[in-house]
Design a protein around this ligand. Sequence first.
Ligand SMILES: [Ca+2]
Ligand SMILES: [Ca+2]
Length: 125
Amino acid sequence: MNFHDIINLAGDFDGDGRNEIFEFATGSDPTEIELSSPILISFDQGPKDILFFTLTLILQIGADEIDIELQSSTDLKNWISAESVQYLGRINNGNGTTSAQFRSTSPVSTSASQFIQFIISEKRL
Ligand SMILES: [Ca+2]
Ligand SMILES: [Ca+2]
């Protein structure tokens, strides 16, 4: 970000480790250091007390210029589109953001190591 309204999406004006496109996508302030994470990790209890890995990502409502892709990997080298992750829906947080929830389709107890990453990019028109 600079003072001429030309934004470098890869820049990090406030130095909090979140670049400008990430700040925009998650609804955080690009001029203030954030202390809370927009990504929450938990476990969701399914049928028969089976646990599933669950991710919640806070997103800015109306950030339609952004594409978000979910990818998974078992080795942190090879990433594929995350078909093993199910989108559960969104909850409106009442502050201009929503919490999008995703759940692994593999129970924790039967899963090998699984890594998830979000790819946030500018939508190509
Ligand atoms: Ca930042
Ligand atoms: Ca910030």
